[in-house]
Ligand binder design. Structure first.
Ligand code: R5P
Length: 293
């Protein structure tokens, strides 16, 4: 039997996966003792079962990661046959090197904790920048699915007369495919980041934006500065409107306000992180992978 559970985040996706897989959905109680120690209790017998834990690592990345380690290790100790973790948004991937002496490479720490507690992992568009593949940090089978087909279909259906922009070189891999699925032109901006809150943009491949509905596509929207600067640039090049699509909408601080102020009229995200901007559902994509693995 297959049992699907979640640990606070991604409950809607977890229930959707259970329905599509015709699996049982199990509530897991996650709480703390008065001294702060973690308490966790499964509501079903997990012995002999395949357990799928669905847990986005936002919000609360620290707690989410540790909850997965606790649940997976606990399930194994109670005799679960296998434990698969489905992490729609995998945090920590951006610290993929020590940028300054003494920095801990948190992506490696996160991967080590998961390598030691789960059998398989699936995620969507992890921030693979300096790592070329998940194999560089994961010993377990770690699959990375891509939301481009869903985003491309969204653009095709909802945006007329569109041009797709990748706000930096890394995002070109998403932007180019999204544009080709939507059947529209694409360009990339060159981003210079001066600090976490200061970014500038310059267009590399020349594309006419006059009168176009520009769609900026990025894997992560965090503080919104990257999108805001790309939007200002697109507007200065004559864009009629600007929409931002992020696979993972973290939206920290005043990200939404900042992007709106910079001319972004609509922000859309996938539901890898639950947010009111969620307009693209990844449940089907994750279910298809989980059915086969
Ligand atoms: C960076 O490499 C990512 O692809 C995103 O462009 C970045 O994380 C966005 O961050 P922010 O919204 O804070 O500018």
């Amino acid at each position: 039997m297959v049992i699907v559970t979640c640990l606070g985040n991604s409950q809607k996706i977890a229930k959707g996966i259970a329905r599509r897989l015709k699996a049982k959905y199990m509530k897991t109680l996650v709480s703390t003792f008065p001294d702060g120690d973690r308490y966790m209790k499964f509501s079903k017998k997990v012995k002999g079962q395949k357990i799928i834990i669905v847990q986005s690592f936002q919000p609360n990345p620290q707690q989410s990661l540790l909850n997965v380690v606790f649940a997976a290790t606990g399930a194994k100790q109670q005799g679960a046959r296998s434990v698969v973790v489905c992490v729609p948004y995998l945090a920590y991937m951006r610290q993929d090197k020590a940028f300054n002496p003494g920095e801990v490479i948190s992506s490696r720490v996160m991967a080590k904790l998961l390598n030691n507690s789960v059998d398989r992992l699936v995620t969507i568009d992890p921030h693979l920048h300096r790592y070329r593949s998940m194999k560089e940090i994961f010993k377990i089978k770690a699959a990375n699915l891509c939301a481009n087909s869903l985003i491309g279909a969204y653009v095709k259906k909802h945006v007329k007369n569109a041009v797709v922009i990748g706000p930096d070189w890394e995002s070109y891999q998403w932007a180019e495919e999204v544009a080709s699925i939507a059947g529209v032109e694409c360009t990339v901006f060159e981003k210079t980041r001066y600090s976490s809150k200061k970014v500038s943009e310059k267009m590399l491949k020349q594309v006419d934006m006059k009168g176009k509905n520009v769609v900026i596509v990025d894997d992560i929207i965090s503080t919104g500065h990257t999108i805001a600067e790309a939007s200002k640039k697109a507007k200065s090049l004559g864009a009629k409107s600007v929409m931002a699509i992020g696979v993972h909408g973290l939206f920290v601080l005043d990200a939404i306000k900042l992007m709106k102020k910079a001319g972004v009229s609509k922000v859309v995200s996938t539901n890898t992180i639950s947010h009111k901007t969620n307009g693209i559902d990844v449940t089907g994509m994750l279910s298809d992978w989980l059915r086969k693995n």
